[in-house]
Design a protein around this ligand. Sequence first.
Ligand code: G
Ligand code: G
Ligand code: MN
Ligand code: NA
Length: 253
Amino acid sequence: LALQAELPAAIADGQLRVHYQRIVAAGTHRVVGVEALVRWQHPEHGLLGPGAFVPLAEGTPTMVALTTWVLERAAAQCAAWRAAGHDVGVSVNLSAALVHDPGLLGTVRAVLAEHRLDPGVLTLEVTETALLADPCGAAAVLAGLRAAGARVSLDDFGTGYTSLTMLRQLEVDELKIDRTFVAAAAQAPVDAAIVRALVDLAHRLSMEVVAEGVEDARTAELVRGLGADVLQGFHFARPVPAPEVFTAADAAP
Ligand code: G
Ligand code: G
Ligand code: MN
Ligand code: NA
């Protein structure tokens, strides 16, 4: 299967899609943002998830093209939603190569300017693993993004190998507690304790805390009680195409 070889042309041909998953305030469950998640509408294989093709692009120039495309789409969509009265931000995932790409800052600035977006509505999600190759280089790129006003989030937090070292070296705005801890918190006291400790640590470092992978009401209530600021997960919404993100219930009161 030559998905890797097909991907550059697929991006140029408009075969990629962005789905969006709601992120809600822990107390009110009102939507505060969305995470952009890429898909590939493949002419033969149907709708492919990122796991099927994002890893193939990692380490190749295609990853830059893919990320630039997602950033551009996500920014345009966020601007449209905001113009329609939805006070939401958008989060975009950065691959390892992008986190080390000094050209990223220029791309982000251009995309924000093009859509007249307040930089603070854009959050860039990075994983600890992505930072490993060159933590100092990554720290410089992320500092540049933050200086430009964008937010930086540590995604899948707790599953990497260097969590606490990274927190010492990086200034980030948000910590996303990995869904393995969140999903287990309602069953296992050890996971609830880990979530509580990560929340406290993050808050002491002035970071906002996202609990991801909230799949039921009980877990939503539990992690709210443990101090999570915002929640994401199938209990609230799956990733869906842009027109399906907001409903009549989201209209301003
Ligand atoms: O939607 P799904 O659960 O299949 O996503 C799987 C993984 O793909 C997640 O870890 C997510 O961060 C990653 N991913 C989704 N969209 C993008 C993207 O636009 N760029 C990068 N680098 N990763 C993405
Ligand atoms: O690694 P990252 O956090 O970017 O991955 C986001 C992925 O997590 C998306 O592909 C999304 O489909 C998936 N996801 C979002 N909410 C849930 C959930 O409640 N349960 C599970 N199992 N996966 C989720
Ligand atoms: Mn993510
Ligand atoms: Na995650």
